[in-house]
Design a protein around this ligand. Structure first.
Ligand code: HEM
Length: 485
């Protein structure tokens, strides 16, 4: 096969890719050297803003296959038949560090899944943790600022990390989770994924249910200790990427089993705690796991930038039969993601191959903008209603309506009988073996002992005491020992 000719962006042949053009031998460069100018200019523009959180990640394609009948709970077409398969793209990530950070760190992991269904793309943007640090989106930028680099020192600061938590008692559950053994997964394959929020499912009869998603890894849970993680991060900063890429290239296809917890909508108001509180789990004894299907990843992307860096997930991409719950955090996220994509990737990010629908086509009256490639055809009108048989609304809401009452205002969430912030943190602590407790306490003390202000330390200790007296006592002793050393 004859070698293909190297060309400029406009397709013209390039004469020399080793020597730039000069005025005479040894002379200055020529402005007419289009190949050089274009090559340097294009290189300057290779980077786009990284994600403000979850900057570092890895992605893969695969499929989701329904194994169990859930049509009693949702009319979502991709879940309608046992055996039905839907193509998916999953991006895993760490949260706090920048694009160049290490994978083996103590941090939640993102688990962002795009189902390319025949009714449009369904994005389920979750984490490897069933809960989160806060329960109101207005706190999210402050929370993230406290966990990322300090604007003056340019480093992550224990003072900031723990100062935020000192003022966020609701974070105690997730802090316990993060500082425990599962806080550093050994790889993306060896961790669970959770939708974390409560979502709403609606069946064909219009009945509404609240659901929580659990993707259980079929590879088994594997985690790293803080010491193992430091060593791994030093040896291969890309350890999670290496693991995922190589496993799939070797034909070892990771899989997860999807379960849901299902709460009939009428039970939400009187549940003993707010079922839309993202800092709490629903005990499985109240709402057992029900199997739905199997997720398999079997194909690496061909180009990391095009398909992983440019992947855009939005929790507001729902399909018929699935919708949001009134969880305030989720509601905030319904705005935040698509807005982030419009800034990071542009208004036409939905036309990029990884983000465009695959099971169906998008037909609407949105047009133009930077990098528009989809003309929608010569005959297509760009206004509606029209007399030209353009795409029309269905008149069918995707999900059931939520009943609301009362006055607008900056309200706290509605009170339930057992809403306090600490009991589930205590329950998680009490579930741990003695060895797990020892590592948890050491991990917390390692960070908290570095905090410079006593009042911030004391406030945090009070949270662990409130979760469980033994937990509080042990963290306090370990912190005092390290601070006195
Ligand atoms: C109000 C709270 C939150 C806000 C405002 C928020 C906002 C954001 C933003 C702006 C991004 C970057 C998007 C991009 O540039 O592509 C992001 C990424 C992400 N967030 Fe959140 N987030 C919130 C809470 C959460 C929670 C609770 C979870 C998990 C349950 C989560 C999971 C993720 C994941 C997995 C990504 C990475 C998506 C990807 O792989 O592209 N976030 N978030």
């Amino acid at each position: 096969m004859s070698k293909r000719v190297l060309t400029t962006e406009s397709g013209a042949p390039v004469a020399d890719n080793q020597n730039s053009a000069t005025a005479g031998v040894g002379g200055p460069l020529l402005l007419q050297d289009q190949h050089l100018l274009e090559k340097l200019a294009r290189f300057n523009r290779e980077r786009i803003p990284e994600r403000v959180v979850h900057a570092r990640g890895s992605g893969a394609y695969g499929h989701f296959e329904v194994t169990d009948d859930v049509t009693g709970f949702t009319r979502a077409d991709f879940l309608s038949t046992v055996g039905k398969r839907t193509e998916v793209f999953l991006r895993f990530s760490t949260v706090a560090d920048s694009l160049g950070g290490a994978d083996a760190v103590r941090d939640p992991r993102g688990f962002a899944l795009k189902f390319y269904t025949e009714e449009g793309n369904y994005d389920l943007v979750g984490n490897n943790t069933p809960v989160f640090f806060i329960k109101d989106p207005v706190k999210f930028p402050d929370f993230i600022h406290s966990q990322k680099r300090d604007p003056f020192t340019g480093k992550q600061e224990p003072d900031n990390v723990w100062d935020f938590w000192a003022h966020a008692p609701e974070a105690t559950h997730q802090v316990t989770w993060l500082m425990g053994d599962r806080g550093i997964p050994a790889s993306y394959r060896h961790m669970n994924g959770y939708g974390s929020h409560t979502y709403q499912w609606t069946n064909a009869d219009g009945e509404a249910f609240f659901v929580k998603y659990h993707f259980k890894t079929n590879q088994g849970i594997r985690c790293l200790s803080s010491e193992q993680a430091a060593e791994t991060a030093g040896k291969d900063a890309n350890s999670h990427q290496t693991d995922l890429l190589q496993a799939i290239e070797r034909g070892v296809h990771p899989s997860w089993t999807l379960y849901v917890q299902v709460m009939p909508a009428a039970e939400a108001a009187d549940y003993r705690f707010n079922p839309f509180d993202l800092t709490k789990v629903w005990p499985h004894t109240d709402y057992p796991l029900q199997r739905v299907g199997r997720l398999v990843l079997d194909r690496n992307p061909d180009n990391v930038f095009a398909e992983v860096e440019q992947a855009a997930f939005s929790p507001n991409n729902f399909v018929p039969g699935i919708g949001p719950s009134p969880d305030k955090m989720l509601q905030g996220r319904l705005f935040a993601y698509a807005d982030a994509h419009r800034y990071r990737l542009g208004v036409n990010h939905t036309q990029l191959a990884v983000n465009a629908p695959r099971g169906t086509e998008a037909h609407n009256y949105g047009r133009d903008g930077l990098m528009a490639t989809n003309s929608q055809g010569r005959q297509a009108k760009n206004y509606e209603p029209n007399s030209y048989d353009g795409p029309a609304q269905t008149g069918q809401a995707l999900s059931a309506p939520l009943a609301v009452s009362g006055h607008t205002g900056t309200h706290e969430a509605p009170a339930h009988t057992k809403d306090e912030d600490f009991f589930q943190a205590g329950e998680l602590y009490r579930l741990m073996s003695e060895e797990e407790k020892r590592r948890l306490v050491a991990n917390i003390a390692g960070g908290l002992s570095q905090v410079s202000r006593d009042d911030v330390v004391e406030r945090n200790l009070a949270h662990f005491h409130a979760a469980d007296p033994d937990y509080g006592k042990r963290v306090e002793a370990a912190v005092r020992e390290l601070r006195d050393a």
